[in-house]
Write a protein that binds this ligand. Structure first.
Ligand code: F3S
Length: 757
């Protein structure tokens, strides 16, 4: 499907020289992760060793993938760069904006109506700029990437946190914010802190009811939801080799749930089988020719404690099926009796109302075939389904093949709903209730990755538990959270006691994959004539105007907009939930700007004083009034301001509304970079205690802004309402190029100018 074999061969051609050089510089054998990182340096051949967890390094990823919710703002920004085409192969996947309600056909039709303008926009921009476009219904981004684009030893970024799924095919694949993706699309480097490395040695073999999902559920239990932060998790050992490629994808996928930068596996026969089954024999042949570079050096896996920052051992033979949840993916309980006790103690409903199989985590052919083997047993043994069952196949190729092979029919015989090949319930696009906020307490089991409150159905009382597809099927059939299919019986409709046999299935379809229309649209060779239409009165999309540079004189007499108290994450700055609808419309989504930030003077959210009128009001409205009056403003914040997601809206919204500077005790680094990219001042108090000097009616004079230079703190005169003044120093981390972004209004303005000259 238009994957670029020449690009892949180019990566492999460079690999030997770069990896050999890196090994020489580092002076010891290399892990797989290091080989991929060092062979993708922006500067080409490695010239120095990087310190894990410390050095920021520029990389040159091979691919980019975007999903429909995040692609809107990414592409709107890319359009500003003035480039005729994207600089690296890029695809857009329409999978988030499709509701699961009645079943695939009706739901897809309805999505194509309600989100027509967004889909049409994404399609035309893709066509214009050389981006591959996957239509609504084509599948979930990460399953489609694994089937079509992922390749061993490659590096990709994607505007979705589960981009990491492609580690199943031996990539270093990382989820990023739209602004990072735009940089790479525009031909710039992508910066990442050189990750730490966690090794997971898998011994033994998986068998019976245990599935690859249980490996990552176990790792989540060991490392917890934050344990992988800043690290690449590299799996190896005999147990790893025995796992299927899509099973490896499942494990890497949920690396996002432990906060890992990404996860990966060395190239092996399961990957070769998968590449050949998905019609990429030429990729498999090319990978075979360089396979020593697509896994760690032998010494690394022989003495892993010497090469990884942390080592975890898991014996797959001893691993039993797990059920993780509710409300967090790292709370593990062994399937069976242990759940009876725990659920009773915690008042979790033992009755299960729904089982859901799908999401980018577990929607492969193998997943569906193994779950269907349990469903088939229920039919054969006359067991009636106690809960409802919903299925989201991962791609049209998986769906078509599963239908051809009778797998979907088995689920349908149990009255399962086959939803669209899309995210559906995994991203809250599940029309389960008319009033989710007041819906009853209940339990569901699913094969997804995330199970935070309200994630699937908007109901805060839904207790969601994560399991493998086969355990999900068994528990849904039994209707009980503590059902243990390995030991417990069920009563058939004839009144007989029956037991499930172990699940069976196919790693890959015995008759091969098949699909009539995969849902892919290749872009025009020359897209220059393609017109991108965005309606003037659209609520959901708005073409961007280049940001105008902030003039030095505007920074004399700037007013305080808000002094944020305590935690101020990107969610506080730009909330998600219902605001997702406006992700492609900067002015409309700016109505959520800082509405979650707590005002330090009254401890209320979205309630700040206007220095124009003296009245209190919402942050966006107050700021819009400043903008209308031509007054620049300043936001003051506490520690780690802007932590959370990498969403660029959190920087674009204040910029759009006229905020000039954000001065805080400390920044979350990605947000600080995003502010720089959007042409704003992101500063830190040289003396943290100066935060306390800032009063509600303060005016700021940036007295030496004309001399803004790398390494030189800025001096700011803070004038209080009684006329008294404090002079404070603000540090910054702008280099020469970033000061250029500020001076020209944004990084994109600079790219555009350079492109034009
Ligand atoms: Fe979609 Fe859920 Fe994956 S939202 S991309 S299926 S995590």
């Amino acid at each position: 499907m238009a994957f670029d074999i020449d690009m892949i061969k180019g990566v492999y051609a460079r690999m030997a020289e770069r990896v050999d050089k890196a090994r020489e510089i580092v002076g010891k054998p290399l892990t797989l992760s290091e080989k991929i990182l060092y062979s993708h340096l922006w500067d080409g051949i490695p010239s120095k060793e990087f310190t894990r967890g410390k050095d920021y390094v520029d990389f040159a990823p091979d691919r980019i993938a975007c999903q429909d919710a995040t692609a809107q703002m990414a592409l709107l920004q890319f359009m500003q760069a003035g480039k005729p085409k994207v600089a690296v192969p890029t695809t857009v996947h329409c999978d988030h904006l499709i509701q699961a309600k009645s079943g695939a056909a009706a739901d897809l039709k309805s999505a194509n109506n309600t989100s027509a303008e967004v889909f049409n926009f994404l399609e035309s921009v893709s066509n214009k700029y050389g981006i591959g476009f996957w239509k609504p219904g084509a599948g979930i981004i990460h399953q489609v990437v694994l089937e079509n684009y992922a390749f061993p030893g490659g590096m990709m970024i994607g505007t979705d946190s589960h981009t990491v799924n492609a580690g199943g095919l031996g990539m270093v694949a990382i989820g990023v914010g739209g602004a990072d993706a735009v940089d790479v699309m525009a031909g710039m480097a992508w910066e990442l802190k050189f990750p730490k490395l966690i090794g997971v040695r898998l011994s033994g073999t998986i068998s019976g009811w245990t599935a690859p999902k249980d490996v990552i559920l176990k790792v989540a239990e060991i490392l917890t939801a934050k344990g992988g932060t800043g690290a690449i998790v590299e799996y190896f050992g005999p147990g790893a080799k025995a796992l299927s490629c899509t099973g490896k994808g499942t494990i890497c996928n949920m690396g996002a749930e432990i906060g890992a930068t990404t996860s990966t596996f060395g190239y092996d026969e399961s990957m070769e089988r998968y590449l050949r089954a998905t019609e990429r024999a030429d990729v498999a042949d090319a990978a075979n020719a360089v396979k020593e570079y697509l896994t760690a050096d032998a010494e690394v896996y022989e003495n892993p404690e010497q090469y990884f920052d942390q080592l975890i051992d898991i014996d797959l033979t001893a691993l039993n099926p797990l059920l993780n949840g509710p409300f967090t993916p790292d709370l593990s309980t062994a399937v069976g009796d242990a759940m009876t006790d725990k659920a009773t103690k915690n008042d979790w409903p033992l009755q299960v109302e729904w089982g859901l199989i799908g999401s980018c985590t577990n929607s492969s052919y193998e997943d569906l075939s193994r779950a269907s083997s349990i469903a088939q047993q229920a039919i054969d043994k006359g067991v009636k389904m106690k809960a409802e069952l919903g299925i989201n196949p991962g791609s049209e190729q998986v769906r078509f093949t599963a239908e051809r092979d009778g797998i979907l029919d088995v689920f349908e015989q149990l009255d399962a709903k086959i939803f669209t090949n899309a995210c559906g319930p995994c991203i809250g696009q599940w029309a389960r209730y008319s009033d989710p906020k007041n819906a009853p307490k209940n339990s569901i089991v699913h094969s997804f990755n995330r199970n935070f409150a309200k994630r699937a159905d908007g109901n805060p009382n839904t207790h969601a538990f994560v399991a493998s597809p086969e355990i999900t099927a068994a528990i849904a059939i039994a209707g009980r959270l503590d059902f243990n299919p390995m030991t417990d019986s069920l009563i058939s409709e004839n009144g007989e006691e029956v037991r499930f046999d172990e699940p069976t299935g196919w790693e890959l379809p015995p008759k091969g994959f098949e699909v009539e229309d995969a849902g892919f649209l290749a872009p025009d060779e020359d897209g220059s004539g393609v017109v991108v239409n965005v309606a003037e009165d659209s609520e959901r999309l708005q073409l961007l105007e280049p940001f105008v540079p902030i003039e030095d004189n505007e920074l004399q007499g700037a007013k305080l907009l808000i002094k944020a108290f305590g935690k101020c994450t990107t969610d506080h700055i730009s909330m998600a939930g219902p605001w997702l609808r406006y992700r492609g419309h900067l002015d409309n989504i700016s109505n959520n700007c800082l509405i979650g930030a707590v005002n330090a003077y009254n401890k209320k959210t979205n309630f700040v004083k206007s220095q124009i009128t003296g009245d209190y009001g919402g942050v966006p409205d107050t700021q819009r009034a400043y903008k209308a009056a031509g007054i620049r403003t300043v936001v003051v914040g506490d520690h780690n301001y802007g932590e959370g997601s990498s969403r660029e809206h959190a920087a674009m919204e204040p910029r759009h509304l006229g905020v000039a500077a954000v001065i805080v005790k400390s920044f979350a680094r990605i947000h600080e970079t995003n502010l720089k990219k959007q042409g704003m001042l992101g500063l830190t108090f040289a003396n943290e205690s100066d935060y306390d000097l800032i009063q509600e009616d303060d005016t700021f004079n940036f007295v030496d802004i004309a001399d803004f230079a790398p390494g030189k703190p800025l001096t700011i005169e803070v004038v209080h309402s009684d006329g008294s003044k404090d002079t404070i120093l603000a540090n910054h981390t702008y280099n020469e190029a970033q000061i250029g972004w500020y001076r020209e209004g944004s990084a994109l303005n600079v790219i555009k100018r350079e492109n034009a000259s």
